[in-house]
Design a binder for this molecule. Structure first.
Ligand code: OAD
Length: 236
């Protein structure tokens, strides 16, 4: 690892897999158990809100029962000890980065612990169930939905992410299949800006050939080892 100054990290479901959270595209994963059109689109929610609310209630409960693993904890250490600029972007809607100790996490696909009111557009921290269609604490309408970016909707904070990609010198992708845009295109943005690009994944992802370097194995082993490398090379 060279002495990098500006790092952008993208994480996906693979970093939470060893905490017991289902990934999407593995055999038996979430998208084999449920149709994307039914549970992860605005049209699916309009057709059958109960199905969608129940799906995310189940995932919120699974998240609450899970614990961060050594990969989440290592990224929190990097945030505390890396002397340069660091942006941690996650596609994950769980809170395991935060519970692992990361204070600054950008959730580009939303968060299970947030409710969005379709009526007044306010966001509220949400830990319980939504299936009973509770009232929005701000406007009292029964229009709450999970604050999750569904297919066909714009991921959050893209301007901030692209600005960081344009100036980073290292881009690291951890535990993501590279199947969903715009996140799957971040590696090309970073390369165009001249950054070194590294993938840490259990197996080669769909976009593996786009990276300068690939390290294969479980995130709980790869991420702490990589963080150790970076911190041992980082200058003041
Ligand atoms: P996927 O399920 O598509 O991919 C998970 C990746 O993690 C795969 O490449 C696995 O090989 C890898 N993996 C599994 N276990 C691992 C481990 N222990 N260590 C390291 N890697 C491991 O999940 P995402 O790429 O996160 O979006 O999916 C991207 C988006 O698609 C999600 O945010 C979600 C989904 O549809 C929305 O719902 C909007």
């Amino acid at each position: 690892m060279a002495d990098f100054k500006r790092i952008v990290i993208l994480t996906g479901a693979g970093i939470s897999a060893e905490s017991g959270i289902d990934t999407f595209r593995a055999a038996g994963g979430l998208w084999e158990q449920h149709r994307i059109e039914d549970v992860a689109t605005p049209e699916g929610f309009a057709r059958n809100p109960g199905l969608v609310l129940g799906f995310y209630d189940t995932r919120r409960a699974a998240m609450a029962a899970a614990l961060p693993n050594p990969a989440h904890i290592a990224l929190a250490r990097l945030e505390r000890e890396f002397p340069g600029e660091l942006l941690l972007v996650t596609q994950n809607v769980d809170d395991l980065h935060e519970r692992g100790g990361s204070a600054r996490v950008l959730h580009m696909h939303g968060e299970l612990q947030s409710a969005l009111c379709a009526s007044c557009e306010m966001r509220t921290r949400w830990e319980g169930e939504m299936l009973g269609r509770p009232a929005c604490p701000v406007c009292q309408s029964r229009s709450l939905r999970p604050d999750i970016v569904w297919f066909g909707e714009m991921p959050y904070q893209m301007g901030r992410i692209y600005t960081a990609l344009e100036t980073c010198d290292l881009f690291v992708s951890i535990g993501t299949s590279g199947a969903v845009y715009p996140a799957a295109g971040f590696v090309q943005e970073a390369r165009a800006a001249g950054a070194h690009t590294l993938e840490l994944n259990l197996e080669p992802s769909e976009g593996s050939r786009l990276f300068h370097e690939s390290r294969l194995g479980p995130a709980s082993a790869l991420v702490p080892a990589w963080v150790e490398d970076v911190l041992s090379c980082a200058g003041p």
